[in-house]
Design a protein around this ligand. Structure first.
Ligand code: SF4
Length: 121
């Protein structure tokens, strides 16, 4: 059996969780509510993260547009996701919510703009 300590990020309380892992069996303590159990299970079995970054903009009044994945992607795909974001260039104008990269790193999840960029001049 392995034991891991983690902090639940489900709310500002930030409970210190102790997670005992025995094969598929995950036992959580230290949680104030059930969300801590859900969080710990996800962290052990399928850890995911929302990725935020910026994409290069051509002919825009600003050179880069902030972006994020629409939803969390598997942690193991973050490196591939960032590689695609680094290579990507988009033309101004850009609107909040525009899809900049679809199906990033084969996750089925889009990278979207989180800022408006106008065309230069
Ligand atoms: S276990 Fe519940 S109360 Fe504690 S940090 Fe997570 S969501 Fe908040």
């Amino acid at each position: 059996m392995k034991t891991r300590e983690m902090i639940c990020i489900g709310c500002p309380l930030g409970c210190n969780l102790t997670v005992k892992i025995d094969g598929e069996n995950v036992e959580v303590s230290g949680n104030t509510c059930n969300n801590g159990v859900v969080y710990a299970n996800n962290e052990i079995k399928n850890p995911t993260r929302i990725v935020t970054s910026t994409v290069k903009v051509l002919d825009g009044d600003i050179e880069r547009v902030s972006c994020k994945t629409e939803t969390a992607i598997p942690k193991g795909k973050i490196f591939d996701c960032m590689a695609e974001i680094r290579k990507k260039k988009v033309n101004a104008p850009v609107r909040i919510g525009d899809v900049l990269i679809s199906d990033v790193a084969g996750t089925g999840i889009n990278v979207i703009a989180t800022k408006n960029i106008e065309k230069e001049g």
